[in-house]
Structures are given as C-alpha cells and as structure tokens.
Write a protein that binds this ligand. Structure first.
Ligand code: ATP
Ligand code: MG
Length: 414
C-alpha cells in the first residue's frame, strides 16, 4: 500500500465537512452553556491505566479497540477512546473534587481500532457532557434534556428515538447478574466466543452483543425489572416522570445496556434508523462508581457522548459560508487597484476573491465557481474617472459605481 494514503479508518475534514462539524460543536457548546456546562479540553493521550481501570478489561474498547503504545520514555500510553475517563481523571488530578457539582462539555477526536464502515471510524469525533457530584435523578433529567435540546437545535431530534433503561443500583445489578449467569450458563454452548468470555467477566454485556446467535438467546433472557429493588425503581420513576413533565418523549428499552463497565441506574441512547446499522447518535448514562474506581472520592456522575460524524450526516440548517465579492482587474492599473481594494473590503467585513490571473472571461467564470454574489470589474478607463463596473452575478445586471463609496453600493450584496 502506498504511504501517501490516509490511515484506514481516518479521514480528512475538508472545508465543507469542517463547517458542519464546527456547527455541531458550537451548537453543543451554546446549548449546554445554558445548562451551566463549561468547556474542558483534556489531552488526547493518557496513561493506559486511566482507561483500563475504568472501562473494564472485558469491555470491547479495552480488549480490542485501544490504540496503545509505549513512548520513548517507556510510559504505557493510549490515545483516548472516549471522554468520560479523562474528564474524571482531570477532576481528581486537578484537585477539583471539593468543587461540586462540576459540569463539563468536551469535544474532539477519539480513537478506536474498529472495522471501518459508514458511521464507524478509527479516528472519529465526539461532543459530550459530564455532570459530576449530583446523585439526584434531577441531574439525569437535565443531562438527557440537554442532549435532546442540542439534537433539536441541529435539526436531528425529530428523526431519533430516545431509548431509556435502568441498570439499577449495585444490589439490583448483582441479583440480575446472578440470574444472567444461570441463564446464559445453561446455554453457554450456543454463545459466541466473545460472550462466553463476557459470561465470566461481565454477563450484562452479553445483552449488548451484536452477534446474531447471541441476540436470539438474549430474547429469552430474564428481565432486569424482576430484579430491581425499590430504591432503583424509585430512582428510575423519578427520571421518567421528570422527562414526561418536560415533554421529552422516550421509549423504554429493557434490553438497553451500555458497553462500558462503569454505568448504573439510568442508561439511554438516541437512535435513528436514517443511518443504517450505525444508528446510535448520542449515548450515555449514570456512572456513580467511576471516580472512586480511579482512586478519587465517591463522586456520582452522569453524562453522554455523541458522534459528530453521525450527527453531521443528519444535521440541518448548517449556514453556508458568506458569498464573496469577486475583483476582476483589467490591465495594470486595475491590478494595482484590486490589491488595495481587496484589503479595504476585507477589513470592512466582506469576503473577497481576488482572481490572480487570466482574462476577464476566465476570471468571471472562476467568480461563478466560487459562488461570488457580485463582481467589481476594474478597468483603467473607469478607474481614471474614480469608478468601477459593478456586476450583479445573480441578475446579470451591470452598472458603474463610484470607487470611493463602493461599500454603499455593495451593501445590498452582504
Ligand atoms: P457502538 O455500539 O456504535 O459501537 P458505542 O457504545 O461503542 O457505540 P459510545 O462509546 O457510547 O459508543 O460512544 C458514543 C457515540 O460515539 C456513539 O453513539 C456514536 O455516535 C459515536 N461513536 C462511537 N464509536 C464510533 C466510531 N468508531 N466511529 C464513529 N462514531 C462513533
Ligand atoms: Mg463501539
């Protein structure tokens, strides 16, 4: 393979796609800002331990998706596969664990060694929020509602369904876990190899399996609801009633579990059928044990992450870049005038395309190609009179306009 190819599963963000990504990030930042979230930017790599300890050895991410390497100093490092572990590490190492609740928004690239396909890449981008230090169901409600508001603001909410479930507290999860071990243990022969490993390490994860044989077994598995204690039920009821009161529509999916080890209580995903197999656009839940697992105090947390590439495929209302004014000099006097005029108009806030070479026809063609709204044709004769030709490129009409007040003539093309 040629060295000049991009690495499999990575892609370049050209201006059009960059603009869509930027729009999603900025909308996320603005909407979450109304909920009191502030931006945090953590390093792109961390000690491998940060992810290994939190995501769990049995998770797909740790067992087969991490980009791990040893640096020149012999440190074991990993390119971050997700944001939550890094944010919690930052809270602890930055001595912020007394300063609660803490609300963070993040955005940026994540890295997972996956099989590349539509909506699934090895370097992809996420926005996400984390609310740390609030164990009340109100926090779950706010975090989910904030996600819904962001999806709404980028025109995506209407094509998604919010699926929600509870993973209960530790006691309920242990009871359910035992029931799953009994059930899947009795069918171990029919399980995929991955799920046989999960059976020993984290049987809940089998519910999340994408293997067809596993899925058939999952259909007959015991239901979590039969193992939830009263406290877990009350918590979940408070969350769903809050969502009801706010008009956030959801669908209970009792099989929904999250792929990572640290979740409890609320788990949720906004899914769409508009993207084929990769239908989850935003996913998250409550992770009360995580900060403690990392060696910090017991600080509850709830948050979500959303894939920007998947959102970008669905987003609507992304503003087009402003259409430029084209400068078309004719002759040496025009060239000199164009140089200073371009500078003057850009400082006045116009986007200006200065055609660098070619005759008038060629430059007009290029002006059309870059989507120019109007062209200023700078001919020596007109310049001698202190004027230029102003052509409306949409209407085709052309008129002479005074150079010293050209901003006034251009105002209607803003
Ligand atoms: P999936 O089940 O699709 O593998 P996941 O459970 O691994 O998702 P999370 O870790 O919850 O995903 O990440 C949150 C979101 O980030 C996903 O819902 C998705 O939108 C996006 N995402 C995850 N992995 C990728 C990837 N490899 N390429 C593009 N987007 C991704
Ligand atoms: Mg995954």
């Amino acid at each position: 393979m040629s060295k000049l190819q991009p690495v499999r599963g990575t892609h370049d963000l050209l201006p059009e796609e960059s603009r869509r990504h930027r729009h999603i990030v900025e909308t996320g930042l603005a909407v979450s800002g109304r909920y009191g979230f502030g931006e945090i930017e953590t390093p792109i790599f961390e000690f491998t331990e940060v992810f290994k300890r939190t995501l769990g050895e049995a998770s797909d991410v740790v067992s087969k998706e991490m980009y791990t390497f040893t640096d020149r100093g012999g440190e074991e490092l990993t390119l971050r596969p997700e944001g939550t572990a890094s944010v919690c590490r930052a809270l602890i190492s930055g001595g912020q664990t007394q300063n609660l609740p803490a609300k963070f928004f993040y955005q940026g690239p994540m890295f997972r060694y996956e099989r590349p396909q539509k909506g699934r890449m090895r370097q992809f981008h996420q926005i996400g929020i984390e609310l740390l230090g609030a164990g009340e169901p109100q926090a779950d409600i706010e975090v989910i509602t904030c996600g819904a508001d962001i999806l709404d603001a980028i025109g995506v909410l209407g094509r998604t369904t919010l699926e929600i479930n509870t993973l209960g507290d530790t006691e309920s999860r242990q009871a359910y876990r035992a029931a799953l071990v009994d059930y899947f243990g009795a069918h171990a022969d029919a399980l995929s190899e991955d799920s046989r490993r999960r059976l020993a390490l984290n049987p809940l994860r089998i519910l999340d399996s994408k293997d067809d044989g596993d899925r058939r077994l999952v259909d007959g598995a015991p239901s979590f609801d039969d193992y939830l204690n009263a406290a877990s039920k009350d918590f979940f009821t408070a969350v769903t009633e809050g969502l009801d009161r706010l008009g956030v529509r959801f669908h209970r999916n009792p099989r929904l579990v999250r792929g990572l080890d640290y979740y409890c209580h609320t788990a949720f995903e906004f899914v769409t059928d508009a993207l084929g197999a990769q239908g989850t656009v935003l996913a998250g839940g409550r992770y009360d044990g995580l900060v403690e697992t990392m060696g910090g105090p017991a600080i509850p947390g709830v948050g979500w992450a959303a894939g920007i590439e998947r959102l970008s495929l669905l987003a609507e209302g992304v503003a087009e870049p402003s259409r430029p004014i084209a400068l078309i000099p004719v002759g040496p006097g025009g060239e000199a005038a164009a140089l200073t005029l371009a500078h003057r108009l850009r400082r006045a806030g116009y986007s200006v395309e200065h055609g660098y070479s070619g005759n008038v026809g060629k430059r007009l063609k290029r002006a059309a190609k870059v989507g120019a709204r109007a062209a200023l044709i700078l001919g020596d004769d007109e310049l001698a009179r202190g004027a230029v030709q102003l052509r409306d490129l949409d209407a085709g009409a052309q008129e002479e306009a005074p150079l010293d007040r050209i901003e006034e003539s251009l105002a209607r093309f803003r």
